[in-house]
Design a binder for this molecule. Structure first.
Ligand code: GLV
Ligand code: MN
Ligand code: MN
Length: 417
């Protein structure tokens, strides 16, 4: 594919391709147990990826800054350094446990290649351009997805964020401090928000939309509303051999019945999705009836009122099931993201730059969705031939990855005009 309408890019980055960049990080955070990648925020793997990103943007001559919420910003400034009405692109480098290679890193690597392409075409940008890496997009460590963008936009109370705990019991405040942030100063960043004129996130498609349309690239229209809830089922811990079946108050049995009820509730509601992907018995022994089981519920629907009704129904059914099993259940909301419709003006501008691209919605959450109520935001999806995501099976073919980066560069250049 030809690239470049102007001067040649600097030799250090002239050969960069999305595939080549992703191959540089292919060995980071591999998970021998689960398969794929496990790169929770501020783990060794995610920190290594952050260092890699900083090296990459430094060699491209961008100015690197880490904001007070832990997002990394790499700026290609206009002469004079005014950052108002900036264009921002980027994604995340953290992953779900056992995730794929593309969810997050594809958007970051594509942004780097898009910068190379634009630098080859333009001596200086006509709008400032930043590549951003948001922390804890998946919420895999502290439970709240898109924690970095939520903090920046004020969508989460900083006190709540400071007190979030990871599975080892460490608070976000402690982990943030250990990684160079001052947790007293996390929270809404009006200055940075005010500088963003448009945010465009490129992401691997996480379903089959583009496969079915036989197209490599799509423009996003909307994100399903979604949320996370924690259910704690309290029973009575006891001995697996000496406790008669009739005498048990087994929270694992309650939780299992609840999981089936959750599946059935979502099946009976058009367009609803409900998932239990994480369940934790306490204390967790083969010959021990658990005393408590915590599990996490993810519910999504295009209509936020329906999401609320689905969760209310699940809660009511869980209470009945718990009572029948001699247990108690508590349900607590951990995060909620309303349905997002991306900025129609920006979507039209992208459609002008990318006239072939179909427009698709998505059921997956993104930092772009958190930013959308605050700044004009758009997303570009790249075909995933497996149609599978949050799994090692997630995939992007090399040609589509390079087309994605060129598309992103075209879209950004279109927005500079
Ligand atoms: C993130 O990818 C989510 O949709 O949960
Ligand atoms: Mn994801
Ligand atoms: Mn993602």
């Amino acid at each position: 594919m030809t690239r470049g309408m102007g001067t040649t890019p600097p030799p250090s980055v002239s050969a960069a391709t999305v595939t080549g960049l992703l191959s540089e990080i292919a060995g980071t955070g591999t998970d021998a147990l689960r398969g794929g990648y496990t790169r929770p925020v501020y783990s060794t793997a995610e920190l290594d990826l952050r260092h890699w990103f900083i090296e990459q943007v430094t060699k491209r001559g961008l100015t690197v800054e880490t904001d007070r919420n832990g997002a990394i910003w790499a700026w290609w400034d206009v002469p004079g350094g005014d950052r108002s009405n900036s264009l921002v692109t980027g994604s995340h480098l953290d992953s779900v446990p056992g995730g794929g290679a593309f969810d997050g890193p594809l958007g970051v690597a594509s942004a780097l290649v898009a910068v190379d392409i634009l630098k080859a075409r333009l001596a200086t940008p006509t709008r400032p351009l930043a590549v951003v890496v948001f922390p804890e997009e998946e919420g895999s460590r502290f439970g709240v997805a898109c924690l970095g963008s939520r903090l920046m936009t004020g969508a989460i109370d900083p006190d709540k964020a400071r007190n979030l705990r990871d599975p080892d019991g460490s608070t976000f405040a402690d982990v943030a401090r250990a990684n160079g942030l001052d947790p007293r100063f996390i929270g809404r960043d009006d200055k940075l928000l005010g500088q963003i004129g448009a945010f465009v996130e490129l992401h691997v498609e996480q379903g089959r939309g583009l496969i079915d349309l036989n197209q490599p690239i799509a423009i996003a229209s909307s994100i399903l509303g979604h949320g996370r809830w924690r259910l704690s089922v309290q029973g009575q811990g006891n001995h697996a051999g000496t406790t008669l079946m009739a005498d048990r108050h087994d929270p694992m049995v309650s939780a299992s019945r609840m999981v089936v009820a959750i599946r059935d509730t979502a099946r009976n509601q058009a367009h609803a999705r409900a998932t239990v992907g994480r369940l934790q018995p306490v204390p967790g022994g083969t010959n021990v009836i658990a005393s408590r089981v915590d599990f996490w519920l993810d519910v999504r629907h295009p209509d936020d009122a329906v999401t609320a009704a689905v969760v209310e129904s699940i809660h009511a059914q869980a209470q009945v099931i718990a009572a029948e099993e001699g247990c108690r259940v508590e349900l607590r909301e951990e995060s909620l993201s309303p349905t997002v419709h991306f900025d129609p003006g920006l979507q039209k501008e992208l459609q002008r730059a990318l006239p072939q691209a179909p427009v698709l919605d998505t059921g997956a959450g993104h930092d772009a969705g958190v930013l959308a109520p605050f700044v004009p935001t758009a997303m570009v999806f790249v075909r995933n031939p497996s149609g599978v995501s949050h799994s090692p099976e997630e995939h992007v073919v090399d040609d589509d990855a390079e087309t994605g980066a060129e598309t992103l560069a075209d879209a950004l250049q279109g927005l500079m005009a």
